[in-house]
Design a binder for this molecule. Sequence first.
Ligand code: GLN
Length: 238
Amino acid sequence: MKKILLFIFICLLLCGCKKNDNELVMVTEAGFAPYEYYEDGEIVGVDVEIAKEIAKKVNKTLVIKDIYFDSIINELKSGKADFAIAGMSITDERKKEVDFSNEYITSRQIVIVNNNSSIESINEINNKIVAVQLGSVADSHVTKNKITDNIVRQKKYLSMIEDLKANKVDLIIMDELPAKEILKNNSELKILDGYIFEDSYAVAVKKGNTELLNQINEVIDELKKNGKISEYILSYSK
Ligand code: GLN
């Protein structure tokens, strides 16, 4: 009897873990306006609009999972999610772990400081206390180029902003548009002129999932061609 109950329990557990075939699961980190953020308890933004088009194309119901940015690649690798769209930059390192779609936007990594900071230029960031999002391209840039020994890696941008305002860190390196959104509510902060490097965003899928990737590329190419991506950016940059 015990064995039968155990068997039923394991079956139920396995069923619960299995993805529903009618659903298309997207992973993201929803603290990154205008790409993905919460509005009235719902995740919205440029990436969500693109994801909706992808779901329409494959005729499935879109399910959005909000997780930490540094967990996204594992979520794809383990098959728990079908694709990631998270303002995620294409890098050679990530290409070893996941497959990327065609790029849908170019971005820049910029520097945020307090208005009254003594740092006046992006050439003065060396050896400062630098905040980055854990697992981001800013994180790998600062780490690889040994910009400083004082790197504060945070899971959420909002914590980084609080640290900067409290002078616990000297500056933040992050993506330009999300930085501009943050500054709209934080007038005591500013973006320094220039940028650290340019990057491009793409959708990521589990390695080898070419069937889905080809459909995603068709959606992206179409949205780029008809100007929809620029429209989404305008409408979500409040
Ligand atoms: N574009 C950056 C990266 O891919 C940050 C993305 C994010 O924080 N959502 O690393």
